[in-house]
Design a protein around this ligand. Structure first.
Ligand code: TXA
Ligand code: MG
Length: 315
């Protein structure tokens, strides 16, 4: 098993050294746990793809300690500056053109001329970025295609010794990945709904977000991959369970196996989603029936993840 250390000063010193030595360190963010490597070290970045079993055509997000670092790596135009001012630090990833002279490895961008940038709000993640003294390439710290980890234990169970060290700071507060917005094209496009709601983004932009067609694989390469899939078949908008199925409820439901939020709170549901899917993904059950979730605010991101999980039964 990998080393798991509580995220404190001593652990951060060790983690910083590991990163500068080209090793992989998993760390908490407000969204999900990330699998971090020095983004300027091509071999370290290659080790991320290896550890996750991730296809090389799926680019990674670069995490930065401050907006100055973001500007050195990507060309933040007026729109990116506006969204960064409003939503950073926080669960928003901006895809922009790469700076031609950036030291960030080409492998991070998977051959594209764009780069995804994020400035996380989590204090431990910020402290880790400072200790590392490097921009950190970090996808979610799960095997490719599986559900993202929201605790250090999820990371250890899934990645094992592929990761040198896991910094543990308890469960992630948001529990869903960041929202990914592409600003490299003519109109801002929503590549992945997430922790910042589409409604809030559209209000800040003063215009609706485009959504790329599913065939547009160049714009959103991550959409090619199967994602967020438990091994059991998953069914959405379930009114009742079939024999053998677990019920993942939302709102009052005495018959629930687990409940995303008894009070019907979308924030609470998002924070519980991935851990509960992991818990229910168990041979005791034949499938997972999920109650319907309102398709607004964070509910859009929750439904996006559930749709992907439902599309990949028995994976
Ligand atoms: O909340 C998060 O975003 C977490 C934490 C660790 O920060 N990270 C995360 O990374 O979810 P990952 O690799 O699991 O998802 C990144 C998504 C993928 O769908 C990928 O295709 C997309 O961002 N992406 C990255 N770079 C891109 C680029 N240059 N153009 C288009 N999409 C990009
Ligand atoms: Mg992921």
């Amino acid at each position: 098993m990998p080393q798991i250390l509580p995220l404190n000063h001593d652990a951060l010193v060790i983690a910083g050294m590991q990163i500068r030595a080209g090793r992989l360190v998993a760390f908490p963010t407000e969204t999900v746990y990330g699998l971090g490597a020095d983004a300027t070290n091509g071999e370290a970045v290659a080790a991320i793809f290896e550890a996750k079993g991730r296809p090389r055509f799926n680019p990674l997000i670069v995490h930065v300690a401050d907006i100055g670092a973001a500007r050195e790596i990507g060309r933040l135009g007026e729109t990116a500056e506006r969204l960064a001012a409003e939503f950073w630090p926080g669960p928003l990833t901006l895809v922009v053109k790469r700076q031609p002279n950036t030291s960030v490895s080409q492998l991070v961008s998977a051959g594209l001329d764009t780069i995804a940038l994020r400035l996380p709000a989590h204090e431990g993640a910020q402290a880790f970025l400072e200790a590392a003294q490097r921009p950190l390439a970090a996808p979610s710290a799960n095997r490719s295609g599986k559900v993202s980890p929201t605790t250090a234990r999820h990371v250890a169970e899934e990645l094992g010794d592929a990761v040198a060290l896991i910094l543990d700071d308890g469960p992630c507060s948001i529990g869903l990945e960041s929202t990914v917005v592409d600003l490299s094209g003519e109109a801002p496009a929503l590549l992945r709904p997430g922790g910042v709601t589409a409604e809030a983004l559209e209000e800040a932009l003063g215009r609706p977000l485009a959504t790329p067609q599913s065939g547009d694989t160049v714009k959103s390469p991550g959409m090619l991959e199967s994602h967020y899939a438990p091994s059991l078949p998953l069914r959405m908008n379930a009114q009742e369970t079939e024999p053998g199925e677990a019920l993942l409820a939302f709102g009052p439901a005495p018959e629930a196996t687990l409940n995303l939020s008894e009070s019907g709170d979308l924030r609470e549901a998002a924070a519980n989603l991935f851990a509960m899917l992991r818990d229910l993904d168990h041979p005791d059950f034949t499938g997972i029936a999920v109650a319907s979730i309102p398709n607004e605010g964070l509910g859009r991101a929750i439904n996006d993840r559930l749709r992907r999980a439902a599309a990949q039964p028995g994976k």
